[in-house]
Write a protein that binds this ligand. Sequence first.
Ligand SMILES: NC(=O)c1ccc[n+]([C@@H]2O[C@H](COP(=O)([O-])OP(=O)(O)OC[C@H]3O[C@@H](n4cnc5c(N)ncnc54)[C@H](O)[C@@H]3O)[C@@H](O)[C@H]2O)c1
Ligand SMILES: [Zn+2]
Length: 355
Amino acid sequence: MKTKLVINNKKLKTSILIKKNYISKFIEVISKKNERVFCILDSKIKIDLEFSKQKNIKIFTIQSGENIKTFNGYKNLSDKLIKNNANRKSVVIAIGGGTLGDLVGFVASTLLRGLEFYLIPTTLLSQVDSSIGGKNGINTIYGKNLIGTFYQPKKVLIDISVLNTLSKKEIKSGYAEIIKHALIKDYSFFCWLEENTNKLLNLDKSILEKAIYKSIMIKLFYVKNDEKESLINSKSRAMLNFGHTIGHAIESHYKYKKFNHGEAISIGMIAEAKISNYLGLLSSNELRRIISHFKKYRLKVNDNILKNKIIIKKIIKDKKNFQNTINFSLIDKIGSSIFYKKLDKSKVYNILQNI
Ligand SMILES: NC(=O)c1ccc[n+]([C@@H]2O[C@H](COP(=O)([O-])OP(=O)(O)OC[C@H]3O[C@@H](n4cnc5c(N)ncnc54)[C@H](O)[C@@H]3O)[C@@H](O)[C@H]2O)c1
Ligand SMILES: [Zn+2]
C-alpha cells in the first residue's frame, strides 16, 4: 500500500486522500487558500496544533459523542460560527469521529446555505464509513439521523496515525462497519478478514490500510450508483444499511447509552442475518460462519430487547419504511445483499421471537 493514495470522484465532486502524519500540513494547505478557516476538533484528539498559530485559523473544541447530534448541538455550533463572523468564504474542517463529522457536516451544509467543508475522520469507524458519501445529520427523540442533508465534503483526509489513541472498544466499533462491507459485497474480503482480523484489531499498519481502502471502495460503489438512496434494488445505497434497521432501533431505545454504534449494528447484523436465514435467503452454514467470526472477536451478537414489542415501534421509524411495513437490507450469501421489501411489522415481531 502506498503512503499516499488519492481517490478522486468527479461525479460526487469529492476526493479522499489516505496519507500518514499529514493532518497539520493538510490544514496548512487549506488555510493558505482561504480567508477564514474554522477547525472543529474532538477534545480527545492529540495532534500537533502548530497550525493554529496562523491568524486565519480558529479552533473550537467539542467533547463529542452521540449527545452532540441534537438540535442543541446544531444550535450551539451554528451560533458559535456566526458569532465568530463566519461568512460565505469561510471553510469548516471537522477533525473527529462520526458524531462530530455528522454534526459539522450538517451545520456546514445549512449555514449561510452551505459552506465548503473538509473532513478529517479520527476513529476507525469514521475512516471506513461515516466520512465517505456525504450523509450527515442529527437525531431526534423519535430516532437516529432523522434530520440531515446529503452534502459532500470537498476533501477527506484519512490519516491512520491518529488511531493509536483509540480504545479497543472503539476500534471494534469501526471493525463492525468493515465486516458489514465484506458481508454485503465482497466474499473474498470476508475470507481475508477471517485471516487478518487479529492483526487489524491490533492496528497492524499494512493490514489496517488495506482494510480501510477496501471498505472505502465498497462504500463508494454504492454511493456512486445511488448518492441520494433512491434505488430499491441490490445496487441501492440502502444495502449499506445492513444491520442498521435493527441496530439504530437498539441505539435509540437505549438512548445511545448502552451500546456504541458499532456494538448496536453488530447485534443488528446478526439479527438481520438470522432474518435472512429464516426467510430462506441465507444458508444455515453461512449464518453459523458469520456468528462464529463475530463471537471469536467478541463482537456483540444479541440483546434481550429484540424480543420486546417496544423495539418494533422503534424499527418502524427507520427512514426506509412506509406505513406499517418494514424494508430490510438483507444478505443472501456472504458477500451479497438484497433489498427485501415490505415485511409486515407483526411478521417481523414473530420472526424476532423465533430466532
Ligand atoms: N454519515 C454516515 O454516513 C455515517 C455512517 C456510519 C456511521 N455514522 C455515525 O457515526 C457515529 C459514530 O461515529 P464514531 O464511532 O466515530 O463515534 P464518536 O464520534 O462518538 O467517537 C467515538 C469516541 O472516540 C473519541 N475519539 C475520536 N477520535 C479519537 C482518537 N483519535 N483517539 C481517541 N479517542 C477518539 C470520541 O471523542 C468519542 O468519545 C454515529 O452517530 C453514526 O450514526 C454516520
Ligand atoms: Zn453505521
